[in-house]
Unconditional design. Structure first.
Length: 111
């Protein structure tokens, strides 16, 4: 992880950030329509189940059906990244015949 300190905030306790006196000169969006200019900006979202390290020789031995052990336990929250920035944690869910993610907490970082 980075040197930034992450603070976990459950979704039900999430509130809008308080504005400082420095922020008073900046315009703030009053509604979703005010953000319309950025609606079409593409972002990359990644849901990370876990990580694993191995030597190249071990990587070359992987075959179909090989189980790759990750650094997470079953039932442990997964990390959700937007453009390589950790923004939330969640749980894997099944939606019809596809996998999805339910966000269980939002990660607030101090900049």
């Amino acid at each position: 992880m980075s040197d930034e300190q992450d603070t976990n905030i459950p979704l039900d306790e999430l509130e809008a950030p308080q504005r400082s006196s420095e922020d008073e000169d900046l315009p703030s969006p009053e509604s979703a329509a005010d953000l319309e200019a950025v609606f079409d900006v593409p972002v990359r979202i990644s849901a990370v189940l876990g990580h694993s390290r191995m030597h190249v020789s071990e990587l070359l031995k992987l075959a179909s059906g090989t189980v790759l052990e990750l650094d997470r336990k079953v039932g442990e929250a997964i990390d959700i990244y937007v453009n390589d920035r950790l923004v939330a944690r969640g749980e894997v869910v099944l939606v019809e015949d596809k996998l999805g993610v339910t966000m269980t907490e939002i990660i607030k970082t101090d900049r």
